[in-house]
Write a new protein. Structure first.
Length: 380
């Protein structure tokens, strides 16, 4: 569990924080499976909006406690939009405690990169880093020279925010997680640049899955794909490459705060019987419990002058609901899925089945084929 010893119960803020943490813990225990040391893995993805920035005052310690409590109920979380300034991430890790580790990329420069990092936060009691880590670079394209016919290698256009790929171990299983934050671009569902990014990513990762020298053939894509609808070309680009978005995830509500967009996804391309899903998955809506719409007046002082200077109740409410509280927690909701990582029973059953001798394997089909041929001859 996270460390809450620094919460001052004698203050109004401290009492509110403790009360809300109890509500979060109760809801999480009801909605998310219990973490079990040997049998399951609870994997999640969460875009923490501009984590952290000074916009709207920056994260309060109260918000960090809520984020830590939510993350603590998972085993590994892919976090998007961690910013250049790591001070708030370090505060979060202090609350989570010494069992938790993190890995992150360098900052992605440029306007589209938005000074973001891609990050994994994981509980070392369950998950171990496997040694593989890198930002995914798309290979060059091969074209033919019109005059000579020779092959020319043309550099590929890279994704605006380079995907982060890491190998992990849990239980019996090795797996590679690749976390992404796909280009938002135009605010339309079928932005062609977004479709191209997802297609290039998914095809490149699918190719890796068939490589016998890959560190693991269990691949998972997860993160913020900025998918508006599961009927869009952006979603189809994932599945056309051979990745599976399981039905328990496809049946969920949207992952934005309004729950009408399907930005965040978790997709699999894994070996049979090695990275099995339990059928449990979910979206955790913390705004039903903390920083609710009806709590606006509670946070009026914390929002400061930018809130009080709004000249109508509607503008005040919009500032609180759409901006301030989403920069405290996020405008995305965490998505999680449960994986079974203990395959001991299947392994033991397999050892009970005696191996077939080579002559049994090769001769049995030929005898059967000979009998079929004989019957056809008689029928003629």
């Amino acid at each position: 569990m996270p460390f809450y010893q620094n919460i001052d119960a004698s203050t109004t803020e401290g009492k509110r924080t403790l009360t809300n943490l109890l509500k979060l813990r109760e809801a999480l225990s009801q909605q998310v499976p219990e973490k079990k040391l040997e049998s399951n893995l609870i994997m999640a993805t969460w875009n923490l909006r501009e984590f952290d920035t000074e916009k709207y005052g920056g994260r309060t310690q109260e918000s960090i406690y809520y984020i830590a409590e939510i993350i603590s109920k998972f085993d590994i979380v892919a976090v998007q939009e961690v910013r250049k300034d790591l001070r708030t991430l370090k505060k979060l890790m202090e609350v989570l405690g010494s069992y938790w580790e993190y890995m992150f990329t360098d900052v992605t420069e440029g306007r589209q990169g938005n000074e973001e990092r891609l990050t994994f936060v994981y509980d070392t009691r369950k998950v171990r880093f496997g040694g593989l880590a890198g930002e995914m670079v798309l290979p060059p394209m091969v074209e033919k020279d019109a005059e000579t016919g020779q092959s020319i290698y043309v550099p590929s256009k890279q994704l605006a925010r380079t995907p982060y790929m890491c190998g992990f171990k849990a239980g019996w299983t090795n797996f590679i997680l690749t976390t992404v934050h796909i280009l938002y671009g135009q605010s339309v569902a079928t932005d062609p640049n977004r479709v191209k990014e997802i297609e290039a990513l998914a095809k490149n990762m699918a190719k890796r899955a068939s490589d016998k020298f890959e560190w693991s053939n269990n691949l998972v894509l997860l993160g913020d794909f900025n998918i508006f609808s599961r009927e869009d070309a952006t979603f189809k680009a994932i599945t056309d490459a051979g990745f599976v978005v399981p039905k328990e995830i496809q049946s969920l509500e949207g992952t934005n705060a309004a729950k009408d967009k399907f930005y965040d996804q978790i997709a699999f391309m894994v070996r049979p019987n090695r990275f099995e899903r339990s059928g449990q998955a979910g979206i955790f809506d913390y705004f039903k419990l903390v920083m609710r719409e009806e709590d606006e007046s509670v946070y009026a002082a914390a929002m400061g002058e930018k809130y009080t200077e709004k000249d109508t109740p509607k503008k005040k409410s919009t500032y609180y609901k759409t901006f301030w509280r989403t920069f405290q927690l996020s405008d995305h909701l965490p998505m999680w899925v449960e994986i079974q990582v203990d395959h001991t029973d299947n392994y033991l059953r397999g050892k009970l089945v005696p191996p077939q001798k080579e002559d049994e394997v090769t001769t049995a089909p030929s005898r059967a084929a000979h009998k079929r041929k004989a019957r056809k001859t008689v029928n003629k």
